[in-house]
Design a binder for this molecule. Structure first.
Ligand SMILES: Nc1nc2c(c(=O)[nH]1)N[C@H]1C(S)=C(S)[C@@H](COP(=O)(O)OP(=O)(O)OC[C@H]3O[C@@H](n4cnc5c(N)ncnc54)[C@H](O)[C@@H]3O)O[C@H]1N2
Ligand code: MOO
Length: 396
């Protein structure tokens, strides 16, 4: 029998302490092409000035501003400087045609855009407007200086950070290691996609869903397996999983039936199986096997995902260096009722008017789960809320 009743908060603390091993904070060096969405483990300092040399912001003519102060002025064109060219020198009394990104010739101090000039016969141009020194010149180091911070530690790398890192020539970056997760779905009724659905059988949805949830929260999936209600098979599978994973998530086999493979195997080995005062996700278990923490989630698909959300997601995100999930407080569009003494996690949809809870509460409603974009978190001591009252929601 289930041994004890726990509040959600107590079980959260218990799981968090069990998963402290994930927070060792190891780092990995990954190539920049694999760094998207990873968390930077150390601050990256720019190894060079950006721009690394003075260059033109416009296609036009490099000039000495004092020589065109009385524009319109016609001057000989000394030549052309393209992007990628090396250093050049502007002779006094001349202009140099210049392209965007090309190095500003020594002696020049401004660029006149081509639109403000006109050709004045072979090799000559008339500059129609004067410019101040510095106009359309991108100074070396005006973006970042060598030795200054480019991207701080703890940044979850997006395309914009990759742009800055690539611009200074970074080949690889130090990132927080991803927690390695094993997912084992249990149940003799389960068949994998592609197999025939014989009478009494169902497709395994928890395995792919838990794996996707873990990946979405910074984890690498190292095992995804399915086990029949067979303790020997389960022990063998678990043994393989703990060799390669930092944490194992199981689903199913934890309540009060005759074939509770997870509970029946792990309880005699010191696993704790409790009833948590929440709905869905009441039957929960934890164990340590081969030194690796195991979280055993209930089998109903909604219960499994809500369990992940409440108990696993915070620790996984912390281990991966991802920011904590934020909760919003929003008004209800319709009233809700709730069971006294249990924290309810209702599925719902959020829009500009507030959150609309779904009315079917069954934990097997997996298609309904797909239609939800938030979970409403109704406190254990609340039994009803009116439309317009505020509730906490967490984005799925
Ligand atoms: N007498 C009692 N019966 C039940 C209780 C209880 O307190 N007393 N609790 C109910 C609640 S609440 C839940 S949640 C479930 C949890 O049961 P298990 O964790 O043992 O899960 P199973 O019995 O293996 O499966 C439950 C349900 O979910 C389906 N399932 C399981 N795994 C998958 C999967 N990978 N993909 C899709 N669907 C899955 C399974 O076929 C069952 O329909 O127990 C209640 N019973
Ligand atoms: O916890 Mo069960 O999750 O209510 O269906």
């Amino acid at each position: 029998m289930t041994s004890a009743r726990r509040s959600v908060e107590e079980h959260e603390r218990h799981v968090a302490s069990l998963l402290h091993t994930l927070r060792a904070g190891s780092t990995a060096q990954v190539s920049l092409s694999h760094a998207l969405h990873r968390t930077l483990a150390e601050t990256v300092v720019s190894p060079l000035d950006l721009p690394s040399f003075r260059n033109s912001q416009m296609d036009g003519y490099a000039v000495r501003a004092t020589e065109i102060a009385d524009a319109p002025v016609t001057l000989p064109v000394q030549g052309v400087v393209a992007a990628g060219d090396g250093e050049t020198r502007l002779e006094p009394g001349h202009v140099l045609k210049i392209m965007t990104g090309a190095p500003i010739p020594e002696g020049a101090d401004a660029v006149v855009p081509v639109e403000h000039t006109r050709e004045a016969g072979p090799g000559r141009v008339t500059v129609e407007q004067g410019v101040f020194a510095g106009t359309y010149v991108r100074e070396a180091g005006s973006d970042v200086r060598a030795g200054d911070m480019l991207v701080p530690a703890g940044t979850v790398l997006g395309a914009r950070h990759i742009a800055a890192l690539a611009a200074v020539g970074a080949i690889s970056v130090p990132v927080r290691a991803r927690p390695r997760v094993a997912v084992i779905s249990t149940g003799s009724e389960l068949v994998p996609a592609g197999d025939a659905l014989a009478p009494g059988k169902i497709f395994n949805s928890n395995g792919p869903a838990l794996a996707a949830s873990a990946q979405a929260n910074g984890a690498d999936i190292v095992v995804i397996d399915h086990c029949h209600d067979d303790p020997d098979e389960f022990v063998t599978m678990l043994g393989h999983a703990v060799e390669v994973a930092d944490v194992v998530f199981t689903s199913g086999g934890v309540s009060q039936g005759d074939f509770e493979v997870v509970k029946d195997t792990l309880q005699p080995l010191g696993g704790e199986f409790v009833s948590v005062a929440m709905q869905p996700g009441g039957p929960q278990g934890t164990a340590v096997y081969g030194g690796v923490p195991i979280l055993t989630f209930p089998g109903n698909p909604v219960s499994a995902l809500v369990s992940f959300e409440v108990f696993a997601r915070p620790s996984l995100r912390e281990a991966a260096g991802l920011p904590p999930v934020t909760r919003k407080t929003v008004p209800l569009t319709t009233g809700v009722t709730s069971v006294a003494g249990k924290r309810q996690f209702l599925r719902g949809r959020l829009d500009e008017n507030g959150v609309t809870p779904f009315h079917g509460h069954g934990s097997h409603l997996v298609a309904g789960l797909a239609a939800a974009d938030v979970l409403l978190d109704i406190p254990a001591d609340t039994t009803s809320l009116e439309a317009g009252e505020l509730v906490k929601v967490v984005t799925l």
